[in-house]
Design a binder for this molecule. Structure first.
Ligand code: GLU
Length: 484
């Protein structure tokens, strides 16, 4: 028999931004598809008119693209597929696997309250299950528009064979005759998902385990439609450090928030892949390696705990090993976005200087934002002098020394204006004078950048660039005389 091609889907509801938990589900689907040369389908589940926010579709697409999780088919929108659900519902109705229910929301609510008062689990009581054609006609004549309910078995069990959890058994008596089509013709979640997964030829349903409780209902629908089941894999939740479900109150949860904090997409992908999945104790995976090594069996059945420190550690790894040119471009974009410098000014700074800033700072900086903060004061033309620092460090004695140092460094050729060469030069110069680095480090830094905090002196000199650096060393004396 020909093997079915793997087809998986990611099915977000546009009710919130793409959360890291959702992104991980998307990633697992994407990895599984790529590993098996399958198809990754994107589908928006947007039939919940009350909670649906169409303006979130675009940001969700953007987040997926940023993570590099390109889909092969879609995006499909459930709201555009209503006739398909209605057609399948009609089929179930004709075969006696579904029936019209005329109960009004008020009647159902009253029954629900009564059940709760009597400490029973609220379930539909089957009022409309055995209506005669005459009774139905009468109710229709009253102007009632029916919903369609599924005829659920009252006995036995339904077993979800889950790849991650093993078999999970549900008692059918706990499943009531649930609604599949609302009276306005919109499908309910469980029904739409099955019709979609079926008609889209989905072979593996990989999704969050909050949906495990829905799966027996979906299995019953598959069977009623005479269809084969897909493979189910329910991925455990993502918890915060306090072991409650990761949510807004724990801080950043949306993929975009991590992007804004200067996390690289490859770091987040690597991090999310290892969140609940493992391959021995390997931590760092390239995308290709993830595709090669990923398996559903490698996903752990227990919840995973989100660890910001580990994400930062991975981000640092990718910052340390990434292409400086590419990272430099990203740092520049951040610097502008954060308003550290203007667009035009950023453009004037050569690409090579941005790249060099990355090389010089990446051992110590873990995010693109930290890199931008460190680099901008050294790359920009504008220096804002802190009057206190000027008063404290740019004394006449020190500025005379800086001037002398500037004169000495004049001899360093442009092409050799590097941190290493400058360190040699300056240490030699200090030794000749019997002075120590600490005597000039702070004055020099203030003259170059206006402030006392910052990276190493030699890196600072290199990045500021020869011409600018010498000018600032020369002008330090004048500055000290009129600090404003
Ligand atoms: N739309 C559902 C959600 O966003 C996913 C349903 C599914 O994957 O079956 O949670």
């Amino acid at each position: 028999m020909a093997q079915h091609k793997v087809r998986v889907r990611f099915a977000p509801s546009p009710t919130g931004e793409l959360h890291v938990g959702g992104a991980r589900t998307a990633l697992f689907n994407w990895l599984f598809a790529r590993k098996h040369q399958g198809v990754f389908v994107l589908r928006f589940e947007d039939t919940d008119v009350e909670r649906n926010r169409p303006e979130l579709v675009e940001p969700i697409l953007e987040s997926l693209k940023w993570l590099g999780l390109e889909w092969d088919e879609g995006p499909y929108f459930q709201s555009q597929r209503l006739p398909l659900y209605q057609e399948h519902a009609r089929k179930l109705l004709e075969e006696g696997r579904a029936y019209p229910c005329y109960c009004t929301p008020e009647e159902l609510e009253a029954k629900r309250k009564q059940a709760l008062a009597e400490k029973r689990t609220p379930q539909y009581d089957g009022t409309c299950r055995h209506l005669t054609p005459q009774e139905r006609e009468r109710l229709e004549a009253e102007g009632r528009r029916p919903a369609l309910r599924f005829v659920s078995p009252k006995e036995g069990t339904t077993v979800v064979e889950d790849v991650i959890r093993g078999p999970v058994e549900f008692r059918n008596e706990e499943i009531d005759d649930f609604i599949i089509l609302r009276s306005d013709g919109r499908p309910t979640y469980n029904f739409a998902v099955v019709v979609d997964d079926l008609t889209m030829g989905i072979t593996h349903v990989i999704r969050a385990d909050e949906h495990l409780k829905n799966t027996p209902k979906q299995i019953l629908i598959y069977r009623a439609l005479g269809a084969d089941l897909p493979v189910f894999a329910h991925v455990p939740m993502v918890l915060a450090k306090d072991r409650t479900k990761l949510s807004k109150r724990h801080g950043a949860t949306a993929v975009f928030e991590y992007r804004e904090r200067g996390i690289l997409p490859e770091a987040l992908v690597n991090y999310l892949a290892r969140l609940g999945w493992s391959y021995g104790d390997q931590e760092i995976f390239s995308r290709e390696e993830l595709i090669e090594k990923f398996s559903l069996e490698g996903i752990h059945p227990s919840p995973a705990v989100f660890d910001e420190e580990k994400l930062l550690w991975l981000n640092h790894h990718y910052i340390k090993t990434g292409d400086p040119k590419r990272l430099g471009g990203l740092v520049k974009a951040f610097a502008v976005q954060r308003g550290f410098l203007g667009d035009e000014e950023a453009e004037k700074i050569a690409e090579a200087r941005w790249a060099r800033a990355v090389e010089l700072f990446r051992e110590r900086k873990r995010t693109l934002v930290e890199l931008a903060e460190a680099a901008v004061p050294l790359l920009t033309e504008r220096v804002e002098y802190d009057p206190e620092a000027v008063a404290k460090f740019l004394t006449p004695e020190k500025t005379a020394l800086l001037q002398e140092l500037g004169g000495h460094l004049e001899a360093v050729p442009d092409a050799e204006w590097t941190a290493e060469r400058l360190e040699r030069e300056i240490r030699g110069w200090l030794a000749q004078r019997g002075r120590e680095l600490k005597e000039i480090a702070q004055p020099c830094r203030v003259a170059l950048t206006g402030v006392t905090r910052g990276p190493g002196l030699f890196e600072t000199l290199e990045l500021v660039g020869k011409e600018r650096a010498l000018k600032r060393l020369r002008e330090a004396a004048r500055l000290a005389a009129s600090p404003s």
